[in-house]
Write a protein that binds this ligand. Structure first.
Ligand code: COI
Length: 440
């Protein structure tokens, strides 16, 4: 299907509606967002995003002065509307019947309103200006908490209206860009907190600072073993609650370089490892052959090299069948996933839960949960039977975002080895979303 630019869409609905089923067409006409040609958007779309890396974020936040904080605020002020403008333009190039999908239309409207809000913020010249700006950031992060399940649901509902490769390209771009915006916004909020904290340098007692191993959202000493243990325990509890206490849950054995540490955003790592362990545990307990006997453990090997930390997660859950493998990394999924759509009836509940998330206003020990991290942690802690089919592709986007990788090797009939590689140096620029105009 040929993509249409927004200006054409205003003239073209009759063509698109004619290509859709009558029911879908009536619905599309009722819910389609009103496309408003915006010269402001055209102007912002012309700007290039300025990429960041973990190392640059760390150096920038390490010695925090008022001038630096305000510089950071102004970087956010220009960067967020630029990055949102690119994605708005991408959505506008989708076929009309696709963007008329209520979930995708909702995301578009949210992005449009965030763009309008962000682009109007004037230069931030004082700490008071910054406080006002931080409130806008916090509110918008909270409003956008349900974007991921909405996008996932939207692309599943429009299966058949776009080629799967186009859908995947669109989702990859949208998600990479969303990670980038949330990192930029959450890092600025976290640095503002640090600056306002009583321990902040030059108040002179940095060794007493409970956050002295963090620079904003970045935890300088992420320990893979501890994260695997934490995610393993959470997932085991979730699975037990969902499947019943009579089900034997596989234990998790960890070996290798148990002291390996590296700088990383913990909530990102928790999401990826949580998804991998969840897949492994579910695969094992869904194997009928372990009924009544102790299931084989999930084996985790941590391997540290000069530049990388590699985490291998191996299970004996029977592997992935050949008809599912080609669709493993796809957001629109193959025919085997058709029945998943039934499961989606439960998703509005998840959307509701995400929408109702409160931003904790107490000082929780984990900064990552404090600002927007909540949208990621609610995905991590969703019930195991709620399967959106996005866990693996999204985990790979997170891994690649900071120059890492995620590979899955399946031994059909036996089990799966997942290899997560993390770049220890953090000196590669984020993998930025390209201008993903669907016709590019
Ligand atoms: C998103 O979460 O989708 C965003 O665009 C984040 C932004 C509001 C800071």
């Amino acid at each position: 299907m040929r993509p249409f630019h927004c200006k054409s869409v205003a003239r073209a609905p009759a063509y698109f509606l004619a290509t859709a089923s009558p029911r879908r067409a009536a619905h599309a006409a009722a819910v389609a967002p009103a496309w408003r040609p915006s010269s402001a958007l055209d102007e912002w779309v012309q700007r290039e995003a300025r990429p960041i890396s973990l190392r640059r974020l760390t150096f920038f936040g390490r010695t925090l002065t008022e001038t630096r904080l305000l510089d950071g605020a102004n970087y956010c002020r220009l960067e967020l509307p630029t990055r949102i403008a690119h994605r708005l333009r991408d959505i506008q190039t989708l076929p009309y019947v696709v963007v008329a999908n209520p979930h995708l239309a909702h995301v578009y409207e949210q992005y449009l309103s965030a763009f309008e809000r962000f682009r109007r913020v004037r230069e931030i010249r004082s700490l008071d200006d910054n406080e006002r700006y931080c409130k806008i950031l916090q509110e918008t992060l909270k409003e956008h908490a349900s974007v991921i399940p909405r996008l996932a649901l939207g692309v599943l509902e429009v299966r058949g209206l776009m080629r799967p490769e186009e859908t995947d390209k669109f989702m990859n771009t949208m998600l990479r860009s969303r990670i980038s915006r949330r990192v930029i916004a959450e890092q600025h909020l976290a640095l503002t907190d640090t600056f306002n904290s009583p321990w902040h340098f030059p108040h002179n007692q940095p060794e007493h600072d409970p956050h002295h191993d963090t620079v904003g959202e970045i935890f300088l000493k992420c320990n893979a073993k501890e994260i695997v243990e934490r995610c393993g325990k959470t997932t085991q509890d979730l699975v037990k609650a969902a499947y019943g206490s009579h089900v034997q849950i596989p234990e998790i054995r960890i070996e290798g370089h148990l002291n390996a540490t590296f700088p990383y955003i913990e909530s990102h790592l928790e999401y990826i490892i949580g998804e991998l362990i969840r897949n492994s545990i579910q695969a094992v307990i869904e194997q009928k052959r372990y009924n009544g006997i102790k299931p084989p453990p999930i084996e985790v090997l941590i391997c540290e090299t000069s530049q990388h930390v590699i985490i291998r997660i191996s299970d004996q859950g029977g592997g992935i069948s050949n008809d599912v493998l080609p669709h493993l990394w796809s957001f629109s999924k193959g025919p085997r996933y058709q029945n998943r759509l039934q499961n989606l009836a439960r998703v509005p509940k998840l959307l509701g839960t995400l929408q109702e998330l409160k931003m904790p206003d107490d000082h929780s020990p984990r900064e990552s949960d404090k600002h927007g991290g909540s949208s990621l942690s609610s995905l991590t802690s969703r019930p195991p039977d709620l399967r959106l089919g996005i866990g693996l592709p999204m985990s790979r986007i997170y891994a690649e975002y900071w120059a890492g990788s995620l590979e899955i090797h399946s031994l059909e009939g036996f089990g799966v080895d997942a290899f997560l590689q993390i770049s220890k140096l953090g000196n590669k620029d984020e993998r930025l979303a390209t201008r993903a105009s669907m016709d590019a």
